[in-house]
Design a protein around this ligand. Structure first.
Ligand SMILES: [Zn+2]
Length: 265
């Protein structure tokens, strides 16, 4: 599933294409499982910008509306040719057509009143942006202390910090030698984890995200971060720090890879 660095990479390609453009026509797939709402309101609207909150793309529109997009598990945007998995098509005033492709239909397209996320509770409840000043180290440490969940589950919950998913949680925990099921992360380790979260996300954004199936930027390419992963997906491989075989377990229903020697419970 695309996480903050992948969504940010998509945003950086989408923003110059959409900002200032008017949406001349909209088509969307009426499939009942589609997580789309009020898409018709998009017609005739001008896209002011493409911003991001966590794993959401938030596009301010004229008339005080916002277009909220989520890639779900398999969503991508392109100006490409017709596609059997196209779930929405946005005709722009310059004659081009932006296609939202999403084979598994977990993606979201919603038009809302600007800032009104009542219909999108996961967006409304999102924690601070990790790369902004809002991500306060003391508040993060205090929230981790209060949380009784395994630290990886707390990170995936999106309330302590927005945008971190399975890949970057595994990476940040490996870097800080914190066991993913640990429920006691003290102040000092929380500080180190706070810094590591920023590091792994910043590095991945510089490499335009981690390549995996179905992740695709607007230009059709995927990221270059995969060869730099130390933990995620590395089960059975030697730990890059100590050489011990990396082990896989399940935390919060998600596959979780860690070093049994560096990351003691
Ligand atoms: Zn190790």
């Amino acid at each position: 599933m695309p996480e903050l660095p992948e969504v940010e990479s998509v945003r950086r390609q989408l923003a110059p294409e959409l900002a200032g453009r008017r949406v001349a026509s909209v088509w969307w797939d009426p499939h009942p499982e589609q997580r789309f709402s009020d898409v018709a309101l998009l017609e005739g609207r001008r896209v002011e910008d493409v911003t991001r909150r966590g794993k959401y793309l938030v596009c301010p529109l004229d008339e005080d509306l916002e277009l909220v997009l989520h890639l779900g598990m398999t969503g991508s945007f392109s100006f490409g040719p017709p596609d059997p998995y196209a779930r929405a098509r946005f005709g722009l005033d310059d004659g081009r057509e932006l296609v939202f492709r999403d084979p598994r239909r977990f993606g979201r397209v919603s038009v809302v009143e600007a800032g009104d996320y009542a219909a999108i509770p996961t967006l409304a409840a999102l924690g601070p942006e990790p790369l902004s000043d809002d991500f306060d180290v003391d508040a993060f440490a205090a929230a981790l202390r209060r949380s009784n969940a395994p630290v990886k589950a707390a990170l995936l919950g999106q309330r302590l910090v927005a945008g971190v998913g399975n890949i970057y949680a595994d990476e940040a925990l490996w870097r800080t030698r914190i066991h993913p099921t640990s429920r006691r992360v003290g102040r000092d380790r929380a500080r180190v984890l706070h810094a590591a979260i920023r590091e792994v996300l910043t590095e991945a954004i510089e490499r335009e995200g981690t390549t995996f199936r179905d992740y695709q930027m607007v230009n059709g390419e995927s990221g270059r971060n995969a060869p730099f992963l130390s933990a995620y997906g590395q089960e059975g491989m030697p730990c890059p720090r100590c050489g011990t075989a990396m082990r896989k377990t399940v935390v919060a229903q998600r596959g979780t890879t860690y070093c049994p020697r560096c990351q003691r419970p």
